[in-house]
Design a protein around this ligand. Sequence first.
Ligand code: SF4
Length: 164
Amino acid sequence: MPAKILVSACLLGQPVRYDGKGKLLSHAALTRLQEEGRVVAFCPELAGGMSVPRPPAEIEAGLTGEDVLLGRARVLELTGGDVTSAFVAGAQKALAVTRESHCCHALLIDGSPSCGSISIYDGAFAGRRHAGSGVTAALLRQNGITVFAGHEIDRLMAELEVYL
Ligand code: SF4
């Protein structure tokens, strides 16, 4: 059976981001994966109970998704709300979906406090990023899922050739 890939719903153009928009990744390889029925679209923040639109949120104090999972960092909204539990719940649901769907790979949008896998915003809501993963990307990696950022799709496809 061809390997399936968990993909950030917003990368598929679904309007699930905090601002009510998507962020479509137009790429022939992604289209091919969709046509082959190998894409599992998922938005951890909606799965965790967040609504659209919602205030932007960042992991506090230059910390990372791993810190959130260890209980030593919170995810805070620009408006001050603590949405840590929703982000952790969304990550856990993402992991459950990868297991149910037999996904070994994920393609997630970078920068997000959930889906970021290379860099995330630093908690100051000033547009600055630092190296690190969001909560979902961190939990998936901790459980053996190989996570790629959207712009790394060519690397993902090269790795998937092994599974074709
Ligand atoms: S949680 Fe992930 S899939 Fe959902 S809007 Fe944010 S980046 Fe997109």
